[in-house]
Ligand binder design. Structure first.
Ligand code: 48F
Length: 265
């Protein structure tokens, strides 16, 4: 016999234990569980870092599922993007690929979501769904603005517009993996002192350039704040690539390597 009250108390106790540990500080908070965020989390967690992904939806994969214009296939390419090969990354993460052209491979969107999510949690990353990041924690040290974590609200609270105070997660590094809207970079531009940038929107479509440039420009934006995936394209006004996901995987891997280097793991 399973007691109803016990089920709820297990959920609350176990979640609270973990959330309270993570609130005190993780190594990396990644905002957004799309392809870039999930890929980054795998490599960061695999390197031994404590990684928390906060995702405001109650689903994983971001734009992957709707990515092929609602067709169930997506495309990954076998090319060098600034030293990163998306096909090799996909294979490393267990994504089943079918060759369809010289350097183009396809997989089911659902398979990409499942394999990236599996790679993330299997490496030890923690994913909390239904959590909307609405602000940043910062300090000014020797005149330099440094990001020290995020301010978050459960999504239903955020959506309801109720006047409810948020919760905090301290982190050594925060990654904006929020996609086209580059929400965390926008927050930084509006809410942090001494930050003199504006966030725009990516340019029109040019796949070859978009895939290369999004990887090239992936990295640190401010002390403690990094960008990966389509937020990079919006921030630096790069072209878009549409339903080709290689650049997102490569960008995720690159941001992980940058952070691992900066945190001297
Ligand atoms: O949009 P998304 O998939 O970003 P990405 O990893 O990949 C982009 C591609 O999907 C596609 C493309 C390239 O092929 O053009 O669009 O860069 O995933 C971003 C995730 O971040 C969540 C959002 O719900 C989505 O799942 N997100 C956005 N803002 C917030 C957030 C926020 N403020 N707090 C929490 N999650």
């Amino acid at each position: 016999m399973i007691d109803e009250g016990k089920v709820t108390s297990i959920i609350i106790e176990e979640s609270s234990k973990e959330l309270s540990q993570m609130a005190k500080g993780v190594d990396v908070v990644i905002v957004g569980a799309g392809p870039a965020g999930l890929t980054a989390s795998h490599y960061l967690a695999k390197a031994g870092l404590k990684v928390l992904i906060l995702e405001r939806r109650v689903s994983l994969g971001g734009g992957i599922s709707g990515g092929g214009s609602l067709f169930h296939k997506v495309v990954v390419e076998d090319v060098e993007l600034e030293g990163y090969n998306p096909k090799e990354i996909a294979e490393e993460l267990g994504v089943p690929l079918k060759k369809v052209d010289d350097n183009l491979y396809t997989t089911d969107a659902a398979a990409l979501v499942a394999k990236l999510s599996n790679a993330s949690v299997s490496a030890g990353a923690k994913i909390v769904l239904g959590m909307h990041v609405e602000d940043l924690i910062y300090r000014i040290e020797e005149g330099v603005t440094k990001v020290k974590g995020v301010v978050a609200l459960w999504s239903p609270i955020y959506l309801s517009g109720l006047h409810v105070d948020p919760i905090f997660f301290k982190a050594k590094a925060v990654v904006d993996a929020t996609g086209h809207d580059a929400e965390i970079l926008k927050i930084a531009s509006k809410k942090l002192p001494n930050v003199n940038f504006e966030v725009g929107r990516e340019y029109g479509a040019w796949i070859d350039e978009a895939e290369k440039l999004v990887v090239k420009y992936t990295g640190k934006v401010l002390e403690g704040l990094y960008a990966a995936g389509m937020s990079v394209a919006s921030f630096y006004r790069l072209p878009r690539m549409g339903p080709v996901f290689g650049g997102m995987l490569a960008s995720g891997k690159k941001v992980a390597e940058k952070i691992i280097g900066d945190l001297e793991v």
